[in-house]
Design a protein around this ligand. Structure first.
Ligand SMILES: [Zn+2]
Length: 276
């Protein structure tokens, strides 16, 4: 816990100005925020770092820069809402690289299949932690990919007890939102996106192997026109999380292909990254 002592050695959490400026410079997608917004974001980060434990796992030594960078991205979705949305979170655990999550599924014949899948991040339900891979936190430049926002948005979605891609509507913030309209807009977009991903998959050869450069290039060409990572087609909850990543990090393709989803997210987060 060396880093905590450095950051908070005066008792009251305070991120040094130079550390904060470096952090902002490394997250260019924050450019749409005003100076006043950035000040509020910094204050939220200080509260989050104070209230929650941030720890490294598998020998990973968490430093101030990494902890502040995670906090800044975690606080972005709740900047105009409330940090209370993360009350149901034990803390943040950072692995040096991808980690393995045991998976299981029961098939139609009732047979339980179990396997292990490498992950960049995981949001553990029922008060659990957000788990992140440090390597993947850094793999954000120039793409719509943002594992921190993705996992914290899952935490918000989980708050009402179901992970379904429809986050809880909050008193005082979301009176103008309609659950029926949310359902219609997200279901229509999810169905359309899933069909587009299926069409793309049909264009890949049967012996597709992402280790082969010519196949990887073909993959980029075929899937390159999609406004979101194809992972969004896995489940409506993933669609919401991936669309939220894009909303904050690379909003143009999302707003172009699914303007109603962009509009609904702008109303939910009470932010408009494209308006600045
Ligand atoms: Zn996810």
């Amino acid at each position: 816990m060396q880093w905590l002592q450095n950051l908070f050695r005066r008792g009251k959490p305070q991120i040094p100005a130079s550390l904060w400026e470096d952090c902002i410079a490394r997250l260019p997608f924050l450019h749409y925020l005003s100076d006043a917004d950035l000040e509020r974001l910094k204050a939220l980060c200080e509260t989050l770092l104070d209230k929650k434990s941030f720890i490294g796992a598998q020998g990973f030594q968490l430093d101030d820069e990494t902890a502040v960078a995670i906090a800044a991205q975690a606080c972005l979705p709740v900047l105009n809402l409330t940090l209370d949305l993360y009350d149901d979170m034990a803390g943040v655990i950072v692995y040096p690289s991808q980690f393995i999550i045991p998976q299981s599924e029961v098939d139609e014949a009732g047979v339980v299949h179990e396997w292990h899948e490498p992950a960049s991040g995981e949001a553990v339900s029922h008060g659990g932690a957000v788990v992140l891979s440090w390597e993947d936190i850094h793999a954000v430049d120039g793409t719509g990919f943002n594992v921190v926002i993705h996992e914290f948005v899952h935490k918000i979605d989980m708050l009402d007890g179901t992970v379904n891609g429809r986050p809880p509507f909050l008193t005082g913030f979301h009176e103008a939102l309609s659950a029926a309209e949310w359902q219609r807009i997200f279901t229509t977009a999810y169905d359309d996106f899933t069909a587009r991903v299926a069409e793309c998959e049909e264009q890949l050869p049967e012996d597709y192997d992402d280790e082969r450069p010519e196949h990887a290039a073909l993959y980029d060409k075929v899937f390159g026109d999609l406004p979101l990572d194809p992972y969004a087609s896995r489940h409506p909850a993933e669609f919401f999380a991936v669309a939220s990543e894009a909303f904050f990090v690379m909003p143009e393709p999302l707003a172009e292909d699914y303007p109603e989803v962009y509009g609904m997210l702008a109303k939910y987060y009470r932010q408009d990254p494209l308006a600045a």
